[in-house]
Ligand binder design. Structure first.
Ligand code: RP5
Length: 160
């Protein structure tokens, strides 16, 4: 089976953030493909990707962008697949611009919007896995094990 999750981002500079989504998908054994698809610099590539994503076999799209972050919203307009948007932290406005660009979609064109930066990318990976796990009992079990291990790692008493 090909990759079920596409991780797309507006720039190479977004990868250190979006890599957090890739890492959690690696941990959960979910195949993904990562691509650079810019709404502003490569609009034709964005259009082709958005129109073709379902046909390529993807089930969920994770899209990260910073600043005037149109990529997640535009992809939501181009595909019926669920799109999870990650606001990448920008230099000028610390990612508030990215967040507001992604979260304020008009009714009818939903874009799931996560937290700014690495936490958002990690959670986008986990949400993508949770969506896929609805139809994949083995993945559901791996996700539950991942969560249980995280819970077990929290001590009751602070150390040091
Ligand atoms: C956005 O502009 C990208 O998603 C990135 O977060 C931001 C800066 O891009 P670079 O100038 O680093 O390529 O389109």
């Amino acid at each position: 089976m090909g990759a079920q999750v596409a991780i797309v981002m507006g720039s190479q500079s977004d990868w250190p953030t979006m890599e957090c989504a890739a890492k959690v998908l690696d941990d959960l054994g979910v195949a993904y493909e990562a691509r650079i698809v810019s709404a502003h610099r490569t609009p034709d590539r964005m259009y082709e990707f958005g129109k073709g994503a379902a046909g390529e076999g993807f089930k969920v799209v994770i899209a990260g962008a910073g600043g005037a972050a149109h990529l997640p919203g535009m992809l939501s307009a181009l595909t019926h697949l669920p799109v999870l948007g990650v606001p990448v932290q920008s230099r000028a406005l610390s990612g508030m611009d990215s967040l507001l660009s992604i979260v304020q979609m008009p009714a009818g064109v939903p874009t799931g919007t996560l937290a700014i930066g690495e936490a958002g990318a990690t959670n986008a990976g986990l949400l993508a896995a949770a969506i896929l796990a609805l139809g994949d009992p083995a993945l559901s079990q791996r996700l539950q094990d991942w969560r249980a291990a995280r819970t077990a790692s929290v001590g009751e008493v602070p150390q040091g």
